[in-house]
Design a protein around this ligand. Structure first.
Ligand SMILES: NC(=O)c1ccc[n+]([C@@H]2O[C@H](COP(=O)([O-])OP(=O)(O)OC[C@H]3O[C@@H](n4cnc5c(N)ncnc54)[C@H](OP(=O)(O)O)[C@@H]3O)[C@@H](O)[C@H]2O)c1
Length: 317
């Protein structure tokens, strides 16, 4: 099942597989390949990367590029491959941010690691307050003109910058089609304007961390399982995130949604996708079975508005 991304002609699958964590040199190429293949076979034809995904930075692109070139190159026209630049990637003054220097070098490095001639979507990974926004956007427009990317995306931009960005790219005939934002039952800030403005400016929203990195599941209710993101020492999800209060609320969510046939993760996924602005939910996965479960969640009946409201109340204040 696919949805049109904003006002563009590009259709995206409801789920995109993201390779942020658990796709670096800490996992085997076979493990990466098993998840990419599982996703593709289930209709997830979009893959979300960034230059700095690893560890170490660059490893996710290199692994994906190796696997893709060996097993999937015949399918290049059937998939959307996105990557990003804008977070710290290499040392020195040009390895981070939104300067033309950084973005131009970034796309070339990514294409080499990915072993591709072009990516489908090239994102500016974050707004850079130290660079004039037009400088970053002109670099993105030139990357599209050079044939290194088909579409432009922005990530984590404030709503007030989106209209300016859209006007900039429209004037230059360059398709800015997607805005990537963190959005989940635990992180609802985008409802205060980002979702609406993205849609009003013709951009689809790619929602990431819709499972709050795995917190919105049964995964941590009985402790910290081996192989989980917390157990693997991620800097982004630590034992400190597993507060008794949060775990209590997640257990309450499990008890609320289970009689209707949902796991916590399935419900959290459907909750994020309920908003019409969301073109795709970018999911992470450490195992193929998680991808299968998340795809299966799409076939469950739509939760009722009452169930959504009851679930939301569990996480208020
Ligand atoms: N633009 C940006 O700045 C930005 C920032 C962050 C992420 N992203 C993108 O969004 C993608 C997803 O981010 P994320 O990994 O935080 O997303 P997420 O989907 O919220 O979390 C993924 C984790 O949830 C767990 N999980 C997945 N399916 C599950 C299931 N059915 N049941 C139980 N647990 C399940 C797994 O944890 P375990 O690993 O513990 O098994 C998995 O690694 C990234 O890969 C990246 O592409 C973009």
């Amino acid at each position: 099942m696919t949805t049109r991304c904003g006002d563009s002609g590009l259709r995206l699958p409801r789920l995109t597989l993201g390779l942020w964590q658990a796709f670096g040199a800490d996992r085997s190429l076979e493990s990466l390949g098993a998840r990419v293949t599982t996703a593709f076979d289930l209709g997830i034809c979009a893959f979300d990367l960034a230059d700095n995904y690893g560890p170490p930075p660059g490893a996710a692109e290199s692994g994906f590029g190796t696997w893709f070139s060996q097993h999937f190159s015949a399918h290049r026209d059937e998939v959307i491959i996105a990557t990003k630049a804008g977070h710290a990637m290499w040392s020195g003054p040009y390895g981070d941010g939104g300067s033309r220097k950084h973005l131009m070098a970034g796309i070339d490095q990514s294409l080499r690691r990915l072993r591709l001639d072009y990516v489908d979507i090239f994102y500016h990974h974050r707004p850079d307050p130290e660079t004039p926004e037009e400088e970053s956007w002109q670099a993105l427009a030139d990357i599209v003109r050079a044939g290194k990317a088909l579409y432009v995306g922005l990530s984590k931009y404030p709503p007030e910058a989106l209209a300016r960005a859209k006007a900039f790219f429209r004037e230059r005939g360059v398709p800015l089609i997607v805005h990537q934002v963190r959005y989940s039952l635990l992180r609802r800030e985008p409802e205060a304007g980002t979702l609406q403005t993205s849609a009003a400016e013709g951009m689809g929203v790619a929602a990431f961390s819709v499972l709050a990195q795995g917190l919105l599941s049964e995964r941590y209710l009985e402790g910290i399982p081996e192989g989980s993101r917390v157990a693997s020492g991620s800097a982004f999800l630590t034992p400190g995130n597993l507060t008794p209060d949060l775990l209590h609320r997640i257990a309450a969510l499990r008890d609320l949604v289970r009689p209707s046939g949902y796991s916590v993760a399935a419900f959290a996924l459907r909750w994020a996708l309920r908003r019409p602005e969301i073109a795709t939910a970018v999911i992470g996965a450490s195992q193929p079975d998680q991808i299968r479960a998340n795809v299966a969640a799409l076939s469950l009946p739509e939760p009722s508005p009452e169930l959504y409201a009851q679930a939301e109340r569990l996480f208020l204040s």
